[in-house]
Design a protein around this ligand. Structure first.
Ligand code: C2O
Ligand code: CU
Length: 492
């Protein structure tokens, strides 16, 4: 029983659900579910043993206290009292030790989004640890192996906890010190406290960043904005200077050419670093709008309903003119920069798996929902992809819905191969989150080189909690942790 369109009229959905009846609770989250149980008599390695090996590396210690704070008239859930939480800025090779102190009324965890960490440090409640109860603390320890723009957020009851404010930026600088740009500024794009608009670093109005004429500026954009049900991305645009998109999801692009204002689709969880030179006079403006996920008559995006919410003003002087949002070209990551050899893209694949993304009305976790499915199943029943260390795995992602699905794999980096069957033309692109637009197909591959049990899910957290979530399991690795109501662990 399914409807083809997410946009089916509500009365039809209600009629169908009535017809389906209450007997088909096949998607109920069980009270306890183990994503990779140990089997008696079989040798296996527990995720709990997959910690960072001891080593030299300077140790950087941080404390993140999860606590309530009143922000903009609302009670937010914060790290150290602010939304976003403090920016953690470290150097490649540093050994990061973060103590999570839980002063919230609920259990919580921290996940290091996009960061290649040992599995035990991944912060997923019910897979790599038990959620940390109120009053307790937990230490995460990992070496920052790759430079770039990353972020951290709760991975327990993520839809609610991230929405309430439990997120922050994690920046890994090159070992040589700062990046080349004189101004290096992180802009976390997120929801205003009442959820009605886009804020940048906690400010819904214009935020000012100091920069002098002729200075080079790097903006690190992080999309932490929970979209509506259509999953539409944000579209930041830079006005007042030509600019380069130098990195996506923290990974540098090869020979990025300068562009004029373009809408850069950034799905939830994705990041982009943009670089420009300050003009001799006048300010540069970063404006952000939400793209709607609806597709109509060949038009990829509807114009946003209320453009240019969040805004950064860089430098002083007159503001550049902003063009009309829907007139601007769309940045296309498949045709940007120059081609270069990529070991994962050019090698052979040990296995290929489809990931068919769809939705169907039904029951999930005891509720009537538009159940979101991967290969026809919803979490926790989507069969895992089982891999062996050293394999190169090819995923063929097919989106049968009219929504956006930013598909995120923990602990690994995708190499993008093709969009809608067409091989990418520009720079090699390495992402941890693939924005799979309405009715698109994406081919990506990753090297399995970090043993563990890793989540692979849509970063539209509503979709994930409606079932669009699964795991990539390394053969021979098991977890003692369980998710579901009895365990108290709810990773989505
Ligand atoms: Cu940003 Cu599963 O996470
Ligand atoms: Cu989705």
């Amino acid at each position: 029983m399914r409807v083809a369109q997410a946009t089916a009229p509500t009365f039809l959905l209600v009629a169908l659900l009535t017809f389906v009846g209450t007997g088909t609770a096949r998607n109920d989250m069980p009270v306890a579910f183990n994503a990779a149980p140990a089997i008696a008599g079989q040798h296996s390695t527990s995720v709990t043993s997959l910690t960072e090996a001891p080593g030299p590396g300077p140790v950087r210690e941080f404390t993140l206290t999860a606590e309530e704070a009143r922000i903009g008239g609302q009670v937010a859930w914060t790290y150290n009292g602010t939304v976003p939480g403090p920016e953690l800025r470290v150097t490649q090779g540093d050994r990061i030790k973060v103590t999570l102190v839980n002063h919230l009324p609920a259990a919580t965890t921290i996940h290091w989004h996009g960061v290649v960490v040992p599995n035990a440090e991944d912060g997923v409640a019910g897979i790599t640890q038990d959620a940390v109860p109120p009053g307790d603390r937990y230490i995460y320890e990992f070496v920052a192996k790759d430079t770039g723009t990353y972020w951290y957020h709760s991975h327990q009851d993520t839809t609610a906890q991230l929405g309430r404010g439990l997120f922050g930026a994690l920046i890994v600088e090159p070992p040589t010190g700062n990046v080349a740009e004189a101004v290096d500024y992180t802009a976390v794009l997120h929801a205003t406290p009442d959820g009605s608009g886009i804020a940048v670093n906690g400010t819904a109005g214009d935020l000012h960043v100091a920069a002098r004429p002729g200075e080079r500026v790097r903006l690190r954009l992080i999309n932490a904005f929970p979209p509506s049900m259509d999953g539409g991305p944000l579209a930041p645009v830079v006005f007042g200077a030509t600019y380069q998109v130098v990195a996506l999801d923290g990974h540098d692009l090869n020979q990025p050419q300068p562009i004029s204002p373009e809408r850069l689709p950034l799905g939830m969880g994705q990041r982009a670093d943009v670089v420009f030179t300050m003009p001799q006079s006048g300010a540069v403006r970063l404006a952000v709008a939400a793209l709607s996920g609806q597709v109509s008559s060949g038009q990829k995006f509807f114009p946003a309903e209320a453009p240019w919410h969040g805004s950064l003003i860089i430098g002083d002087g007159p503001l550049p003119a902003a063009s009309s949002f829907d007139q601007l070209p769309l940045f296309d990551l498949t045709q940007y920069g120059s081609a270069a050899a990529d070991p994962v893209a050019s090698g052979h694949f040990d296995a290929t798996y489809p990931l068919v993304l769809d939705e169907t009305p039904g029951f999930h976790d005891g509720r009537i929902e538009l159940v979101h499915t991967i290969n026809g199943q919803s979490s926790p029943y989507v069969p895992p992809i089982t891999v062996h260390q050293g394999q190169v795995i090819h995923l063929h992602m097919v989106n049968l819905t009219g929504e956006y699905h930013p598909m995120h794999l923990h602990g690994h980096i995708f190499t993008v191969l093709a969009l809608n069957g067409k091989a990418i033309q520009g720079s090699p692109v390495h992402l941890d989150t693939i924005l799979v637009g309405p009715h698109e197909t994406w081919d990506v591959a990753f090297l399995a080189n970090d043993p563990g049990i890793w989540m692979l899910h849509c970063h539209v957290l509503l979709h994930a909690s409606f079932g669009m979530s699964m795991t990539v399991n390394y053969a021979g690795i098991t977890t003692p942790f369980e998710m579901g109501s009895r365990s108290g662990n709810v990773p989505e």
